[in-house]
Design a protein around this ligand. Sequence first.
Ligand SMILES: Cc1cc2nc3c(=O)[nH]c(=O)nc-3n(C[C@H](O)[C@H](O)[C@H](O)COP(=O)(O)OP(=O)(O)OC[C@H]3O[C@@H](n4cnc5c(N)ncnc54)[C@H](O)[C@@H]3O)c2cc1C
Length: 499
Amino acid sequence: MTSLWLDGREPIRSDSLEGDSCDDVVVGAGLTGLMTALLLSRSGRGVVVLEAREVGAVTTGNTTGKLSLLQGTKYTRLTSRHPESLVRAYVEANLEGQQWLLRYCEEHDVPVQRRPAVTYAPDDAQGLKAARDEHEAATAAGLGVRWADDLDVPFPHRGGTVLEDQAQLDPMDLLEALVESVRAEGGRIVTGARVQHVSRLRSPTVRLEDGRSIRCEHVILATGTPILDRGLYFAKLEPGRSYALAYDYPDAPELMMLSASGPTRSVRDAPATSGRALLIGGDGHVVGRTRSERAHLNRLRDWTAEYFPGAVETHHWSAQDYTSHDGVPYVGGMPRSLGKVYVATGYAKWGLTNGVAAALDITAQILDGRLRWADRMHHRVTRPRSALEPVRMNAGVAVSGLQHVLDAALRGRPETPPKEGTGEVGRSGVVPVGVSTVNGRTCAVQALCTHLGGVLAWNDAEKSWDCPLHGSRFSPTGEVLEGPATRALPRRGPDGPTP
Ligand SMILES: Cc1cc2nc3c(=O)[nH]c(=O)nc-3n(C[C@H](O)[C@H](O)[C@H](O)COP(=O)(O)OP(=O)(O)OC[C@H]3O[C@@H](n4cnc5c(N)ncnc54)[C@H](O)[C@@H]3O)c2cc1C
């Protein structure tokens, strides 16, 4: 499934990896990684970006592309858990991230459309309360929101809170410009380079899957979720996957909307060759914990058909992002790395502004600078103070982990190849084996996540093996797609063409 943004683009060419040392290694070429690489290289540091797949291949190239300070029901959630000073610091961080990007886009001819952002009330009492609560929380946080009873859209709603003059863009336009800027400052971007480990964290050496290694002063893990287990971030983050569809639809509303209560619906327009596109998103769930991913996509399709009749589907895709236990991103030095290894994660699907703020914060720390909002926001990486939320998250992890183990234990290895586009987990001896058939090729892999051994589930929308514990995902042939895992799944023969 290819996003509207990635479709038809040539992958960005790779630089070669020269030498075995540099000042700073940035792992990951999404928005966070490229922004950090640009800021560090602008200040004269020798930077190498190592990207496992292609630039933008994971979350940034599959985002909805809203650059907004109004973020669904973010402020209701933050104010229920944190002091006002932190909520205001969050707004400051996101404002700085947003304004930095808008200036950059203007200077580098990256197209941006200005739009009002709306958190709207679905047509029920619960939806209205959630949107009203957000209106109050956003006002208290200092945002100049206004309430509108009628939003002039074709689907049922009871009004919503509106923040004028926010922005939307095509994230790949942005990443392409950032790549050029990084290269112009002397930075190198190497794609197809998966980092497997970082050893000696206080004097780091970055080790690649192909055996090469690079020594450096700092490592920035801009990998979506950290690929090192130190700090146990995987246990304090929830990986959430959601869905998106693009349609040809000339009357798409010129608003960036998100529902205040579930099932989540996200709406925006986009420029398209045919005039205007309509983007519908949402219907998310924790990665690997649903019966059918395709059903989530189909629910969005049905909703669009009902309220935007005549819209012609052009693209559908899905992506995931990570939510921290208390709603504030984790950004900063990894515990006990003496400021040598940095992480940036937990943006909860608002990484376009938070990712830039994270890059500004990490760069300031490396260059011995300080940002007022970063100190107050407790971006710091050694939370939590409250243990309740991690307990809830890990209860979910334990239940779904056990469920998958039992499911696999009860079934033997499938005797006949699964139908085209499907995958099944069974047991071979004591080991769960996943057998799938995709594009006529039947393949068997060990269905245990190489991160922490979760039993994998078949994703019937993306045709991948997904881990319900911490969100690692693998291709049908076992290659890592995303998440904290860094090692491919062992193959379990026989495989090859379907007989
Ligand atoms: C469906 C959806 C819609 C969203 N919509 C919005 C929105 O409208 N507005 C908004 O602000 N935010 C939105 N977000 C969130 C936002 O897109 C993300 O938070 C942001 O793109 C994250 O950027 P990143 O650079 O941190 O991660 P990514 O873009 O995922 O980049 C991480 C990179 O690291 C690489 N990597 C991982 N492991 C390794 C390794 N071992 N070695 C080398 N490279 C590695 C990956 O291949 C990847 O390219 C959305 C998220 C989702 C899922």
